[in-house]
Structures are given as structure tokens and as C-alpha cells.
Design a protein around this ligand. Sequence first.
Ligand code: KG4
Ligand code: ZN
Length: 338
Amino acid sequence: MAFRVLGIESSCDETAAAVVEDGTRVLSDVVASQHEVHARYGGVVPELASRAHILNVVPVVQAALERAGLALEELDGIAVTNAPGLIGGLLVGLQTAKALAWVTELPLVGVHHLEGHLSAVYLEAEPPPSPHLALIVSGGHTSLVRVDDPGVLAELGRTRDDAAGEAFDKGAKLLGLGYPGGAMIDKLAATGDPTKLVFPKSMTAEEHGSDFSFSGLKTALLHRVRAHGVPEGQALADLCASYQAAIVEVLVRKTRRAARKLGLHHVQVCGGVAANSGLRNAMRAAGAEDGFLVSIPSPSRCTDNAAMIAAAGHYHLIRGERAGLDLDATPNAPLARA
Ligand code: KG4
Ligand code: ZN
């Protein structure tokens, strides 16, 4: 018997709903992005995000059910992101999920957003086996995690300041490339020379273990822009390529070191920054050199979506876990630390 889970995601600036069958087959995957709402402010404005989630959540859930060709009663469970994220946005998704669970009497589980990102890879044709090493790189987080089983995790290290996605977004803002700017830097970097400029690669020494730091990189870019202004044409492409290369090098170096140390032969990369072509290529090249297999979700499953939340929720639901209608939203909830 197929087991179908409705996933709901609203922790940042995407309102998303999806139906996933047996934790692997995506029956529908609907994402309403708010990028246009926030672009003029150069970052997510929490109150505007909450309001947009309220407007979007019911149509998005309806579209997910329609595209899956299912009625609510045909589902087997509901999974909702309840941590971490912007509290207003989390509450909109959570209240919607609770209301649906209450009227249908379907089982409900709360999903940690990062566990969602980690589960996107189970929707791909050849997911990595357990245990494996995971690099989570998103707008809000940068962590190395050992995945012992789906949903059984140990965080090995994380950023001490900015996330990798923040380094991309703040860099893009300084260069006047719009918000969110990671994809724009990626695009410009494709025609640039990554060796043209040298940017700092922080915390790469052995003693820093699996922790990261990206704030120095952003400051270096700020000083450069103050001194020389924002370049144009090929020089801008070279600047983007060099800046991106510094982020990618730190991420890849730390991941391959952790894989070697832990003796893990499978690595996954997930979260919005995993859509970056420079990171995808460099991690695959490192895997080929060091002898580990690299799994990365398709780019649209790297950025926020609800299919990954449904996939993560699937494992909790089939283990019999159930949340009550008192399930709460937690804006700051770390993954378990090793
Ligand atoms: O996972 P995500 O959608 O949201 C969070 O959970 O934060 O990640 C969003 C982040 C943003 O910082 C965005 O600039 C970045 O992912 N991003 C990229 C690319 N596509 C999205 N960064 C670099 N290259 C890309 N192609
Ligand atoms: Zn995310």
C-alpha cells in the first residue's frame, strides 16, 4: 500500500506544498516564491513574508493536491516545517497543517527544515546509503552532518558567523546584483576567471575542525568595492568567479577532510547553495579524486521546497511518530550536535 504524505514549507520566503509517495516519488511539488516581494529591500522582510504566506498557503496546498490527483482523505499523513526559520512564516504553515490534520484526523509530524534539505536527495534516482556525510549549505545555514539513517543525524560543525548563502547574497548586494544574488553570481562566474583575484579562505586549518566562517570574505569584498568601485563586463565576471571560488574551495576542502577522517565514501550536498554550478563541479571532482560518491539533488530541489519536507516526514510517520495539536514552532532549533 502506497503511503502518501503532504508536506508544507513556509519557514522563509517560499510557500510550498507537495505530495510524496513512499518517501521517494514526487506526485506534486508546488512552490510560490516571494522573491519579488523582498527584492527591493535586498533581503527577506519577515512581516511581509508572513503576510505573503497567509495569502499563498491555501491555494498552494490546493494546487499540490490537485496536481497529485488526490483528495485530502486519500493522504496518509501531513509533515510540516516547524523549525527553524522566521516565526511568522513557520506559524502560517504550522496552523494550516494542524487545521488539516484536525479535520481529517491524519497523523501529523513536525520537520526540522535542515532535515528537510537532507532528505531532498531521497527523491533522486540513486540516493546515498547510510551512513553518509552531508554538507548543508543554505541561506541561513552551513553545516557538516553525519547521516546515520534518514532522520538520525549528528552535526559535526557549522558556521560561526555567516552562512555560505549569506556570503553569496551579501556579496551580490554589494555588487548591485539584486536579491537573492547567489544564482546571479553563479551565472556571471561562469564566464569569469576564478584565479584573477585572491579572497580569504577562513578556518581551513585542521584545528578548526568542521566549523566555518564566511564573514571575513564578505568584508574583503566590501574593502575591494570601496577602493575600486564595482567593475563592469569581464572584470565583474572575474570578480564573481574569484569570490565564488573562495567559498567553494572552503566548502570542498572541509568536506573532503571530514569524509577522509570519518572513512565515509558517500557525500551529499544540499540546500540552496548546492544549486551552485561551481560547487557541484568542484565537489564531484574532489569525489573522483578522493574516491567518494557525490549525490546532489536537482537544482530546484536544492532551494526551499515542500517535497523534501514530505520526504523527511515520511520516515518519522512510518516509525509511528505523531505530533499533537500542541506542536509548536521554534525559530532557533539546532540539529543534534555530534
Ligand atoms: O535553501 P534555501 O532556498 O533557503 C534557506 O533555507 O536559506 O537557500 C537559499 C540560498 C540563498 O542564499 C541563495 O542565494 C542561494 O541559496 N542560492 C545560490 C544559488 N541558488 C540559490 N547560491 C549560489 N549559487 C546558486 N546557483
Ligand atoms: Zn532552506
